[in-house]
Design a protein around this ligand. Structure first.
Ligand code: SAM
Length: 252
């Protein structure tokens, strides 16, 4: 390695290589991405995502960013919830932007259909194509562990949020008990790559996804990184015993 290093699953790679490697993974999984999420999690990822949307509580007139938004699974929820609130109370339309650096994921999402409040853009979480203080909320779901420089992405989230804007990050995390950790390790290292091989014909991409979860900072460390990036009241809520966690904070 010649430059600074980054993790790619359990491998250490040159930081300049990571984005291309991750993009390759999502190019390969894009067409089967939503189906695979349902199969791998037994549908539980939908409950986690619903819980995040309820916590965000999207409102009419808000500008909401779904960064590393992939096929727009979160953004659809936000757009529908904001519209329901608008039907009850009136107000301007919400705007929900799906931003992802992988055009294949965006194409797969657009084919699935979308809501009128949604717009799509190709962009990197570390250098968002957006002005300062333009968003009421920034959400990143199962995306940040794939980013080469997580601290840079957090600072960028802080930059684009208005003062008082909300930051929400849903990510796989660290199970809170040893028993659950063992069970989860066995499932993720034995079963998930096998499902990837059989359903998507791609064991390696799913092996990367599982390994990248293990390399991601645990709940407390990630909350500390949010504080270092300038978020106030950084905290987290564990889902399913810490298999996933929602981190929240406020831009000040
Ligand atoms: N947020 C969606 C969801 O919850 O279903 C998609 C999550 S998918 C596991 C991770 C996404 O992060 C991929 O679509 C990938 O292209 C995107 N991604 C990875 N690194 C990125 C970066 N630096 N900037 C923007 N998107 C990125």
């Amino acid at each position: 390695m010649t430059g600074p290093s980054a993790t790619f699953g359990f491998r250490d790679v040159d930081a300049s290589e990571k984005a291309g490697l991750v993009r390759g993974v999502f190019d390969r999984v894009a067409r089967r991405y939503d189906l695979m999420n349902d199969l791998m999690s037994g549908g539980v990822h939908r409950l986690w995502k619903d819980a995040v949307a309820a916590r965000l509580n999207p409102q009419p007139g808000e500008t909401i960013l779904d960064v590393a938004g992939g096929t727009g699974d979160m953004a659809r929820r936000f757009a529908r919830m904001a519209r329901r609130a608008q039907e009850r109370r009136g107000g301007p339309d919400a705007r929900v932007f799906v931003i992802d650096y992988n055009a294949e994921m965006i194409a797969a999402g657009r084919e699935r259909g979308f809501e009128p409040e949604m717009a799509w853009a190709v962009g990197d979480a570390q250098r968002l194509p957006l002005p300062d203080a333009c968003a009421d909320a920034y959400v990143i779901s199962f995306g940040i562990r794939n980013v080469t420089d997580i601290s840079a992405a957090l600072r960028e989230a802080r930059r684009v949020l208005k003062p008082g804007g909300r930051f929400l990050c849903l990510e796989f995390s660290r199970p809170t008990t040893e028993a659950l950790r063992k069970l989860y390790d066995a499932y993720s290292f034995k079963v998930i790559p096998e499902i990837g091989a059989r359903v998507a014909g791609d064991r390696d991409s799913y092996q990367y996804l599982v390994e990248s979860i293990r390399r991601f900072p645990d709940q407390r460390r990630f909350a500390a990184m949010m504080g270092e990036a300038g978020f106030s009241r950084a905290g987290f809520t564990n889902y399913t015993g810490g298999v996933a966690a929602l981190h929240t904070g406020w831009a000040i």
